[in-house]
Ligand binder design. Structure first.
Ligand code: ADP
Ligand code: MG
Length: 320
């Protein structure tokens, strides 16, 4: 390595800034942080491994961005306001231009959400990025997976399935429209909306492994099930030209969207719609929570989703 570990940290990751709650940031044996009084810390960590969580040729800036984005999405799904992050970086070699791009992608998102990088670790090995984030949430308002109850309305943000289509297109060796590719490489964590949902929505989860899979986790934790109108799930302009089964497979089974799926009591639906509007975010009501376990997918006319459309099974174990 031409640059030492300390050179790398100083050059790419250590930034002079006084952020709220940071008594001591990068440079000592541990960071010293002061949480907001009366709030709980929400802590999430996610690892991205080259070749497994992103294609080997993914641009460094996209990797830096996404490593933080997936974690901010987890905080959003709890209704937590992000504050701090740590970064454990395992690098096969020291490539200064790669590191510069990586840091730029990371800090672009960190700056947007006021997240301060307070520490980390830098080692040599197969390219692996672990980011941990900490945020604040009022426990009584946190959006837990186990809080869905029969009768609540189910919503999803944005247009699920885009990231899966982008990945499929990429893997088929075809050209991907830049805006569609951004849905895979630069997902928008729904931070402001997640915070707005705290204390308003009931249960929430972020869609990382596919809408049905993640909704299934939420319902299972809550001990109930749901009925989903698959035609109510918004279909982006990229999915619209696909045949119906393919589009549905992307929407129901495609991972990596980092949209939020959540349940709301009927008398809070209006409040949720107003929150979405003030966040300039589109949301769609896609179904209802029911007492019976499992997810029942129906078409707009109420007929069950035919077996031939269950193409999403193909994706179901593709997450992780
Ligand atoms: P130690 O050996 O005490 O664990 P390190 O040499 O690993 O310390 O790290 C020195 C300082 O740099 C620590 O404050 C650590 O949190 C920080 N650090 C190391 N790697 C990174 C990184 N990739 N990003 C941000 N901070 C880092
Ligand atoms: Mg260390």
């Amino acid at each position: 390595m031409s640059l030492s570990e300390f050179d790398i940290i100083r050059r790419f990751f250590h930034r002079e800034q006084v952020a709220s709650g940071v008594v001591l940031g990068i440079g000592d044996d541990a960071a010293l942080l002061t949480p907001v009084a009366g709030m709980s810390l929400a802590v999430a960590v996610d690892t991205l491994v080259a070749g497994r969580h992103f294609p080997d040729r993914t641009a460094a800036g996209d990797i830096g961005y996404k490593a933080l984005a997936v974690n901010l999405s987890d905080l959003a799904a709890m209704g937590a306001q992000p504050a701090w992050a740590t970064l454990a970086l395992t690098l096969p070699e020291v490539d200064e231009s790669w590191l510069g791009d990586f840091a730029e992608g990371f800090f672009q998102l960190a700056d947007r959400f006021g997240v301060t990088l307070v520490g980390g670790d830098t080692t040599r090995g197969p390219l692996t990025i672990t980011v941990q984030v900490q945020g604040h949430v009022d426990v009584s308002r946190a959006l837990r997976r186990d809080a869905a109850r029969p009768g609540q309305h189910l919503f999803v943000t944005g247009t699920p399935g885009d990231a899966a289509l982008a990945l499929q297109t990429l893997q088929a060796g075809e050209t991907v429209a830049p805006e569609l590719l951004a849905r895979l490489n630069r997902p928008q964590p729904r931070v402001a909306f997640g915070v707005a949902l705290a204390g308003v929505a009931a249960a929430a989860i972020d869609v990382s492994d596919g809408l049905l899979a993640d909704l299934g986790h939420m319902l299972e934790a809550s001990g109930c099930g749901a009925r989903i109108d698959v035609d109510a799930i918004p279909r982006s302009r990229w999915l619209q030209p696909l045949d119906d089964a393919h589009a549905l497979a992307c929407q129901l089974g495609g991972g990596d969207d980092y949209e939020l799926c959540f349940s709301v009591d009927a008398d809070r639906v209006e409040q949720v719609c107003e929150a979405a509007q003030s966040c300039d975010l589109s949301i769609a009501e896609i179904g209802i929570v029911e007492p019976q376990a499992g997810i029942r997918c129906v078409r707009r006319d109420g007929s069950p989703l035919e077996a031939g459309y269950q193409g999403y099974d193909h994706f179901r174990n593709a997450g992780g």
